[in-house]
Design a binder for this molecule. Structure first.
Ligand code: HEC
Length: 114
């Protein structure tokens, strides 16, 4: 292995570790706790959704395909009411969650889709 290859591999390792942590270090137990305490009232404890209240998150496009950041952002913002879901989704599920809590919940949900 040439020294430049060695340099490149350490660079890749260094970059990967700066990009991954917020996600890799997510506290899944904290995410589950908040999900079951707040989100389950509309999305059900198993996240499969409740008619007229909340969508099935195991099948939700955003949860399946979205980045953790995008999921956490949606949780922060919520969604306005629609015909199918007259209550919509309140920002943060109606509770004041920290950014860390939102990331933990996003990580927990992502794990449910696998
Ligand atoms: C009052 C009911 C309600 C609560 C509480 C609630 N949600 Fe929702 N959520 C909804 C509804 C309704 C939608 C669908 C919005 C739409 O697209 O019409 C939704 C959509 C979502 C989506 C997007 C799915 C997709 O692919 O578009 C995510 C992710 C989500 N909720 C996560 C959560 C999390 C996490 C919590 C707890 C912090 C939570 N929700 C609390 C009602 C709720």
């Amino acid at each position: 292995m040439s020294s430049s290859t060695t340099f490149m591999s350490s660079l890749v390792v260094a970059l990967a570790s700066t990009v991954a942590p917020a996600w890799a270090d997510a506290d899944l137990a904290n995410g589950k706790k908040h999900f079951e305490g707040i989100c389950a009232q509309c999305h059900r404890t198993d996240a499969e959704g409740i008619q007229g209240m909340g969508v099935n998150l195991r099948e939700a496009p955003l949860v399946k395909n979205g980045s953790p950041g995008a999921i956490a952002k949606f949780i922060a913002t919520g969604h306005g009411p629609t015909k199918e879901f007259p209550l919509g989704m309140p920002a943060g599920g109606g509770e004041s969650l920290s950014a860390t809590d939102r990331t933990d919940i996003a990580a927990y949900l992502k794990g449910l889709t696998k």
